[in-house]
Design a protein around this ligand. Structure first.
Ligand SMILES: Cc1cc2nc3c(=O)[nH]c(=O)nc-3n(C[C@H](O)[C@H](O)[C@H](O)COP(=O)(O)OP(=O)(O)OC[C@H]3O[C@@H](n4cnc5c(N)ncnc54)[C@H](O)[C@@H]3O)c2cc1C
Length: 419
C-alpha cells in the first residue's frame, strides 16, 4: 500500500477500553483500522469504573450514554465493615454529591467494554471493510521510517501501516518496542490488586460496596449489574515479586495467604477465586512517558500514562485519550505523525490528573500491620462522622477539578446511540 493516501491505515495494539474507543472513532471517521488483541476473545473482567467530568462529556459525544445508562450499577455508596460484617462507616453517593468514592455513573469495566464493542460493530456494519478485529495475535517487531511503519506479528503476515497505536495496557509491548524497556517508564506503587466475579453472599447489603481493612490488605465486595453476582476487590501491600507476573497459581496463593485470617467474607472470596473465569491480578504501577508520540507510533490509555487502579482514573483517561487522538487523526488524516504529536500535547493535563491517587497511595489505603488496621478503622469512623463530612467532601471535590477538553472536537460522524 502507499502511505501517502489521505485515508490512512492504522494499527491499534490492544483491544481494551482505549483500543476499542479509538477504533470506534476511526471507523466512524472512515479510516481503515486494524485492532490486534493478544487474548483469544474480548476480556470481560473488571469491577466498577466511573465516568466524571471530561470522560462523561466524551461518552456523551460518542453516543455511548444510552448503552452506559442501560448498564448503570446504581451504587448507593461505600461502607466499611468489621470482621463480623458490622458496618462502622459509610460514604453514601448522595451525601458526597456523587463526588465521593462512588460516583453517579458507575459501570462494570467489562460492561463498558461491551457498550464500546456494540457501537463498534454498528459503525463497522455501516462502513463495511474498514475494521479488521483480530484476536490471539500480537506485534512482534516494529520498524518505522518517514513514510510508514513495518509491523511483524507473531501469527499473521507482516504489514505496513501509517500509524501504530499502543493501547496495550500497563505492560505495553508497543511501548517496549518503540520507546524503551518497561523499567524506564514504570514505578512500582507498593502492592497488587485482584478483581473477579463471585456469587453475591446473601448478607451483603444490596447496592453497597462493602470493604474491610486487615493487616497488609483491604478486601471488598462490590455490586455487579446482575444482583446475583458481585465483584471481589483485593488490594495487597507487599514488596514487588517479578515471579508473580503471569503465574495465576502464585497470585492466588498470595491472595489466600493475605486473607486467611481476615474474617467477614474472606473464605467466600477465596473459594470463589479458584472458580473465577475473569480473575484479574496485576501490580500497582504508575506509568510516566514524557512524550506519548514517537514519530508514527503513539501510546494511549495505560500504555502512555497510568496511576494504577488506585487512581480510579484509568478508564476515564483512556476514553478521553482515544477521543482526542481520534479527533486529531480525523483533522489531518494525511499526516498521522502530526496528529500523534498534537495528541501527545493535548493529553498531558489529563494524563497528569489521572495519575493522582485520591486516597493518598497504598501507605494510606492499606494498613501494614494490626496496629495500622485498628488506626485505619478509627480514622475512617472519624472522617465519615457527620461532623467531619464537610471537610472530607471538600477534599474529594478539590481532587476532581474539571479539565476542559482541549479541542472542540466534532462529534464523531454517525454516532448512532447504542441501546
Ligand atoms: C480484564 C481487565 C480487568 C480490569 N479491571 C479493572 C478494574 O476493575 N479497575 C480498574 O481500575 N482497572 C481495571 N483494569 C485496567 C483498566 O481497564 C485500565 O486502567 C483502563 O481502562 C485503561 O484501559 P486500556 O485500554 O489502556 O488498558 P486495558 O483495559 O488493560 O486493555 C489493554 C488491552 O491490551 C491487551 N494487550 C496487552 N498486551 C498486548 C499485546 N502485546 N498485544 C496485543 N494486545 C495486548 C490486553 O489483553 C487488554 O485487552 C482492567 C483491565 C483488564 C484487562
Amino acid at each position: 500500500m502507499t502511505t501517502t493516501d489521505t485515508t490512512p491505515h492504522i494499527l491499534i495494539s490492544g483491544g481494551g477500553i482505549a483500543g476499542h474507543a479509538l477504533a470506534l472513532q476511526l471507523v466512524r471517521s472512515g479510516i481503515r483500522t486494524t485492532v490486534v488483541e493478544r487474548a483469544d476473545a474480548p476480556r470481560a473482567g473488571g469491577q466498577a469504573v466511573d465516568l466524571r467530568g471530561a470522560s462523561r462529556v466524551v461518552a456523551e459525544r460518542m453516543g455511548l450514554m444510552p448503552g452506559i445508562e442501560a448498564r448503570l450499577l446504581h451504587e448507593r455508596g461505600l461502607s466499611y465493615v468489621d470482621g463480623s460484617g458490622r458496618v462502622f462507616g459509610r460514604m453514601s453517593m448522595e451525601d458526597f454529591d456523587g463526588k465521593g468514592a462512588v460516583a453517579e455513573i458507575e459501570i462494570a469495566r467489562g460492561d463498558l467494554d461491551e457498550v464500546l464493542r456494540e457501537a463498534l460493530a454498528a459503525a463497522s456494519a455501516e462502513a463495511p471493510g474498514l475494521l479488521d478485529l483480530r484476536y490471539g495475535d500480537r506485534i512482534a517487531a516494529i520498524a518505522q521510517d518517514a513514510d510508514g511503519v513495518d509491523v511483524a506479528f507473531e501469527r499473521a503476515a507482516g504489514e505496513r501501516f501509517d500509524l501504530v497505536v499502543g493501547a496495550d495496557g500497563v505492560h505495553s509491548a508497543t511501548r517496549r518496542l518503540a520507546f524503551g524497556p518497561e523499567e524506564d517508564f514504570s514505578t512500582y506503587l507498593g502492592g497488587y490488586m485482584a478483581f473477579f466475579t463471585l456469587p453475591t453472599p446473601s448478607d451483603v447489603e444490596p447496592g453497597w460496596f462493602s470493604m474491610r481493612f486487615v493487616p497488609g490488605a483491604t478486601f471488598g465486595i462490590r455490586p455487579d449489574f446482575d444482583p446475583a453476582t458481585s465483584k471481589a476487590i483485593i488490594t495487597l501491600r507487599v514488596d514487588r515479586d517479578p515471579a508473580l507476573r503471569g503465574d495465576r497459581a502464585a497470585q492466588e496463593a498470595l491472595v489466600r495467604r493475605s486473607l486467611e485470617d481476615a474474617g467477614w467474607h474472606a473464605p467466600t472470596v477465596i473459594d470463589a477465586m479458584r472458580e473465577a473465569s475473569d480473575f484479574y491480578f496485576d501490580e500497582l504501577a504508575r506509568i510516566d512517558v514524557p512524550q506519548a508520540a514517537n514519530g508514527r507510533v503513539v501510546l494511549i490509555g495505560d500504555a502512555g500514562a497510568c496511576g494504577s487502579p488506585m487512581s480510579g482514573m484509568g478508564t476515564a483517561t483512556a476514553l478521553i485519550g482515544a477521543y482526542l487522538l481520534g479527533a486529531r487523526i480525523a483533522e489531518t488524516p494525511g499526516d498521522p505523525a502530526a496528529s500523534a504529536r498534537r495528541y501527545s500535547a493535548d493529553i498531558v493535563p489529563f494524563a497528569e490528573a489521572g495519575k493522582q491517587l485520591m486516597g493518598g497511595g497504598i501507605q494510606r489505603m492499606v494498613p501494614a500491620n494490626r496496629f495500622e488496621a485498628l488506626m485505619s478503622r478509627a480514622m475512617t469512623k472519624v472522617m465519615l462522622s457527620r461532623l467531619a463530612r464537610p471537610i472530607v467532601k471538600k477534599m474529594f471535590a478539590a481532587n476532581q477539578e474539571e479539565l476542559p477538553l482541549p479541542v472542540t472536537a466534532p462529534a464523531p460522524v454517525r454516532a448512532t446511540p447504542v441501546e
